[in-house]
Design a protein around this ligand. Structure first.
Ligand code: SF4
Length: 169
């Protein structure tokens, strides 16, 4: 028993090491996104996230953008609670039949100019849920989409890079 406790104290944790993230490159990417938003819009970018039926994996990556590591708000990019305050709708998941009307109403409530970003494989083509009786499928089957971000789920850096590409077009 004593030996077992001692081994528990000196043994390394059985978890995998965290993936290395290039902090400087991420900060530069986010700063560049903020500069471009200010040039295009005269202010920082406001994003409204809409879950149209996802498994919440994509939401975890969106939430990561606001965590202590990425800390998106320090660069002026904000997630807003109302589509009326948003420039970008960030839509996740295959659109379920129950969410179709809510998504359309959210789209119409967002003032022009606006961009729609379909986030994740499910938002692009239904992904894992394609063909489900409960789903319509891709976001662009319901509202116009400006850019797709592929991945299941895409990483926070991919999301930042896609938002930057969107504003630079
Ligand atoms: S793309 Fe993957 S993580 Fe995102 S909602 Fe679909 S299954 Fe979930």
């Amino acid at each position: 028993m004593r030996r077992h406790l001692f081994e528990g104290l000196i043994r390394k944790p059985l978890t995998e090491p965290a993936p290395r993230i290039d902090d400087v490159a991420t900060a530069e990417l986010a700063a560049s996104l903020d500069r471009t938003a200010r040039k295009r819009l005269g202010r920082s970018l406001s994003i409204r996230a809409v879950d149209a039926g996802s498994c919440n994996g994509c939401e975890l990556e969106i939430i990561a953008l606001n965590n202590a590591f990425y800390d998106l708000e320090r660069l002026g990019l904000r997630f807003v609670a109302s589509p009326r305050h948003a420039d970008v709708l960030l839509v996740t998941g295959p659109v379920t039949k129950n969410m179709r009307e809510a998504l359309q109403r959210t789209y119409h409530a967002t003032p022009d100019p606006k961009w729609v970003v379909a986030l994740g494989d499910c938002a692009a083509d239904g992904g894992l849920f394609a063909g489900s009786l409960a789903c319509i499928g891709a976001v662009d089957a319901v509202i116009p989409v400006d850019i797709h971000i592929r991945g299941c789920p895409p990483s926070p850096r991919q999301i930042l890079a896609a938002l930057l590409a969107l504003l630079e077009t």
